[in-house]
Design a protein around this ligand. Structure first.
Ligand SMILES: [Zn+2]
Length: 78
């Protein structure tokens, strides 16, 4: 009887893991310090296709594989 319960338990854990479930103590989450600055990562910059202003990739507006600093510059090429 108990063997059956344990077996079902193992199967349930296996299925749970199969669907991306995390089991504590087995799948330890990577410790990440939010305050620690990551110097290894440099944000990529690109020049605006209209005015040439350098903007970071996160701030850039991408249109037809070209980056623009603002909607004003984007409108100029339309
Ligand atoms: Zn611009």
């Amino acid at each position: 009887m108990w063997l059956k319960v344990i077996f079902i338990g193992i199967v349930l854990v296996f299925v749970y893991r199969l669907f991306g479930g995390k089991v504590p103590f087995i799948d330890k989450p990577k410790e990440h310090n939010e305050n620690e600055h990551d110097f290894g990562e440099v944000e990529a910059t690109s020049a605006c296709a209209t005015c040439g202003t350098y903007i970071t990739e996160t701030d850039a507006l991408i249109y037809q594989k070209k980056s623009y600093c603002s909607h004003e510059c984007l409108k100029k090429i339309k």
